[in-house]
Design a protein. Structure first.
Length: 308
């Protein structure tokens, strides 16, 4: 069995060695432009289109949860090629940590206390009321569910929005475009963990963000283009949105002159909310390759018509 590996950054050797330890019979190689030798599987992150057209491919394994870096190639992706995303693979726990950190920071007013410390000011600030701190999670898939479980643990009211109104114990479900308004109007904190598709691009625009209650917070841990960045900035600057925690941006790395860097109410992190953990991710991929070789079904195959 021949397996290709490709990632635009970093050294391929540690990935190839780890994958080889799971699949000792396989012949592995780092893909290079011009490689036209047949291969059975490819393990990739943001591959160029030529790699998708490699002869013989039985499946393409994405080294992340989001497949927008593959689906952007559209019609040039061979029609029958299964694309397989990572299923959690340790990202759920990381996402739960990141979003809990941001939500607790807002709820417990830690940024206000940090400002007071700079002025050596010992002052009581009125605590927020949990019942008025409903968290709305846009996207209730693998990662949204992990975020919800963690926030329920702290006792926050949690609402979840999905295409199909997926039900989750303890979470109030909202479905589709028809229930988006009601969902937004109830969200004191809005968390975006949607896949990037034509339907979700620009969903956090001025019109939708204005539906959030005054003094709400936005956390985007999905993809930058969900947010219309100038709309979010304007609503933060006019005070309708009290703060935003952003891990992903339309352009990454975020350019040094971008106004998000210097806006005090915006916290920027460099796309680290949930990183791909090599050992667990390659163990998952190797397990799925073994299943495919045995003619068994696998989880995580992307539905290209839905885009995730
Ligand atoms: P997933 O399991 O595919 O879940 C996607 C969820 O979004 C589902 O609940 C789905 O609804 C919902 N959804 C999709 N399109 C929708 C629409 N048009 N309207 C309403 N709901 C819609 O994805 P996941 O594993 O949770 O990952 C989500 C995204 O997180 C990834 O695609 C990736 O972009 C991002 N991510 C970011 C980082 C980071 O470090 N910042 C790390 C990992 C992943 P249904 O349940 O009804 O199908
Ligand atoms: C990271 O952003 C991923 O999609 O896994």
């Amino acid at each position: 069995m021949q397996i290709l590996f490709y990632a635009p950054e970093g050294r391929p050797e540690p990935w190839l060695a780890e994958l080889q330890s799971h699949l000792p019979q396989a012949q592995l190689r780092a893909w290079q432009p011009g490689d036209s030798q047949p291969a059975d599987y490819a393990v990739v992150w943001e591959p160029p289109v030529e790699l998708l057209q490699q002869p013989g491919l039985k499946a393409l394994f994405n080294l992340g949860a989001g497949v927008d870096g593959i689906l952007r190639h559209g019609e040039q992706i061979p029609a029958g090629l299964p694309i397989v995303r990572l299923d959690d693979a340790g990202m759920g726990e990381q996402m739960a940590q990141y979003v809990s950190w941001a939500v607790l920071g807002y709820f417990r007013r830690f940024a206000d206390f940090a400002r007071q410390q700079q002025q050596a000011s010992w002052r009581f600030l009125k605590p927020n009321n949990k019942q008025q701190f409903t968290i709305g999670i846009l996207g209730m898939g693998v990662l949204g569910q992990c975020i919800a479980a963690s926030l329920l643990h702290f006792g926050f009211p949690v609402n979840g929005w999905s295409r199909t109104g997926r039900s989750t114990p303890g979470v109030t479900s909202f479905a589709g475009d028809g229930q988006l308004d009601a969902f937004l109007r109830a969200s004191r904190v809005l968390v975006c963990i949607l896949p990037l598709t034509p339907a979700t691009t620009g969903i956090l625009n001025r019109e939708n963000l204005q539906k959030l209650p005054p003094q709400s917070f936005v956390i985007n841990v999905a993809r930058g283009p969900h947010v219309v960045e100038e709309d979010l900035l304007a609503l933060v600057q006019n005070g309708h949105i009290a703060g935003a925690t952003l891990d992903v941006f339309c352009e990454e790395p975020l350019p040094p002159a971008h106004p998000f860097w210097s806006e005090p109410a915006i916290t920027v992190t460099p796309h680290i909310a949930a990183v791909t953990l090599r050992p667990v991710s390659l163990a998952q991929i190797a397990g799925k390759i073994r299943k495919l070789e045995n003619g068994e079904e696998i989880a995580g195959v992307v539905d290209r018509t839905k885009g995730y």
